[in-house]
Design a protein around this ligand. Structure first.
Ligand SMILES: [Zn+2]
Length: 471
């Protein structure tokens, strides 16, 4: 990495006549080879197009298309979780056709990767199978995956026998997802209160919306006959982590380990303080063995009244002891992150269904621009918009350095390349730490007014910096 003088003197980073990606880009004081290639962006576009086609198939002919899509997503997230926490049947990761999961699971993994900080933290904060697998799969082989999608119909190609078998042995589920859900379709869940398996939990409950594929999920356990919800499954997850940690396992709580701006591990002590506080408050006895873990987790959850809010209060007192928490106060961001992480079922520390739903807005915008049309970028000169987007992404990174900003608002084309870069979690972290000194946040959930204000500021900064460039 060579260094040049002040970057204010440099020419604009792209021209309108782009027929190739330059061999290097100036980002701050660094000269960097391209962080993302044309092939990767094209492959990513094909994958996004396949997601859009999948969504249209799920919604087609349904009375309530939005609802049908949400149920499908809940099932996809469940299938992803099973795949990631099941047994591998062979060595991993040596990417080839047979280990690529089905499209619905790829879609969930894709969304997870677009939250680089959460993904990374979940991959290192414990030694569960799920965490190890996240680490093993931190770089999506995007061109391989795109090659398993028909370029014209944008539907997944038929899997080989080995690919089906690999997924089915790993997850215990059928390779092929079902597009539609019937009222008789069920899922097996473990009761967070008594640990009994409940084999017949419905995905949908017509007219009530309490199925596991629906927002208002609640179920009465077949053994203990008490109700449980997603939030209670989240509380149970937290309490089990407390018990595992006390039994000597390596566990850090989600939302506490990675510092927001620097993206480096700085906060190992936070988990220590949280456990210390909880042990003190509930006078917990020692944890010795596996049986104890389950028992103590359940007892602690009872003490916490099965409430995520209760967890957050203890986290607040452990991490921010100098500030009293009053009824009606908002949690500090660092506490809110923990609250969010333990609000739902499954191993992931974020609500992947909501993340995918939010992504639909981005997909729709790309579709409206015609970027999801498979014929759009077929030949050399038709690829200019992608070359331009790649060049603009690097200029955007440079602008982040110049403005010393944690976060700026990208345009749609820049965002597409940004997402493509994030599909390789390790490269993304290394590249941004090296070039920017931090891993920029990618908050899609800003309030509209804040968003517009920041977008204006970004556009002004862009035009000031790149005299020729319209944002
Ligand atoms: Zn039960």
């Amino acid at each position: 990495m060579s260094e040049r003088g002040t970057y204010d003197e440099l020419p604009p980073h792209y021209t309108d006549d782009v027929s190739n990606v330059p061999p290097t880009f100036q980002i701050g004081i660094h000269v960097s080879p391209p962080l993302v290639t044309l092939t990767e962006v094209q492959a990513h576009l094909r994958l996004l197009s396949a997601f859009a086609v999948l969504k249209s198939h799920v919604e087609r002919g349904m009375e309530d298309p939005q609802c049908a899509w949400e149920v499908f997503l809940h099932k996809a997230v469940y299938r992803f979780d099973r795949f990631m926490s099941g047994k591998w049947t062979g060595p991993f990761p040596s990417w080839c056709e047979e280990v690529v999961p089905p499209l619905d699971v790829v879609m969930v993994w894709h969304t997870y990767l677009l939250n680089p900080k959460r993904y990374y933290e979940d991959s290192i904060r414990s030694e569960t199978t799920f965490a190890r697998r996240l680490a093993a799969m931190q770089s999506m082989p995007i061109t391989l995956i795109a090659s398993l999608i028909d370029p014209v119909s944008l539907e997944p190609t038929l899997p080989s026998y080995y690919r089906e078998a690999f997924f089915e042995l790993t997850s215990g589920l059928q390779f092929m997802y079902s597009i539609h859900t019937r009222t008789e379709d069920v899922v097996e869940l473990t009761c967070p209160r008594c640990d009994a398996p409940n084999a017949r939990v419905p995905w949908i409950v017509s007219g009530v919306g309490t199925g596991f594929g629906e927002a208002g999920f609640t179920y009465t356990c077949e053994r203990c006959e008490r109700e449980f919800t997603r939030a209670m499954m989240g509380v149970r997850k937290f309490c089990e982590e407390v018990a595992r940690r006390r039994a000597g396992e390596k566990v850090y709580f989600a939302g506490t380990l990675i510092d927001g701006k620097e993206g480096e591990i700085v906060a190992k002590m936070r988990s220590f303080h949280i456990v210390q506080r909880i042990v003190h408050m509930f006078k917990l006895s020692k944890v010795y063995e596996e049986d104890d873990i389950i028992f103590q987790a359940t007892e602690l959850a009872k003490n916490m009244q099965w409430s995520t809010h209760e967890i957050a209060l203890h986290v607040h007192h452990a991490l921010i002891p100098q500030k009293k928490f009053r009824h009606g106060d908002h949690f500090f961001p660092r506490v809110q992150e923990v609250f969010d992480a333990y609000s739902g079922a499954g191993h992931a520390s974020l609500d992947l269904v909501t993340c995918i739903l939010h992504q639909s807005v981005f997909l729709q915008a790309l579709e409206d621009m015609g970027w999801l049309d498979p014929r759009r970028f077929h030949s050399g000169c038709a690829q200019a918009p992608i070359f331009r987007a790649i060049a603009r992404y690097h200029a955007f990174m440079d602008l982040i350095v110049a403005k010393n900003a944690g976060f700026l608002i990208p345009t749609l084309d820049i965002d597409l390349v940004w997402h493509t870069h994030q599909l390789s979690n390790e490269n993304y972290r290394e590249d941004t730490l090296r070039l920017l000194g931090h891993i920029p946040g990618h908050d899609d959930l800003l309030q509209p007014a804040v968003f517009q204000e920041m977008f204006r500021a970004t556009a002004t900064g862009w035009m000031n910096r790149f005299a020729k460039g319209e944002y």
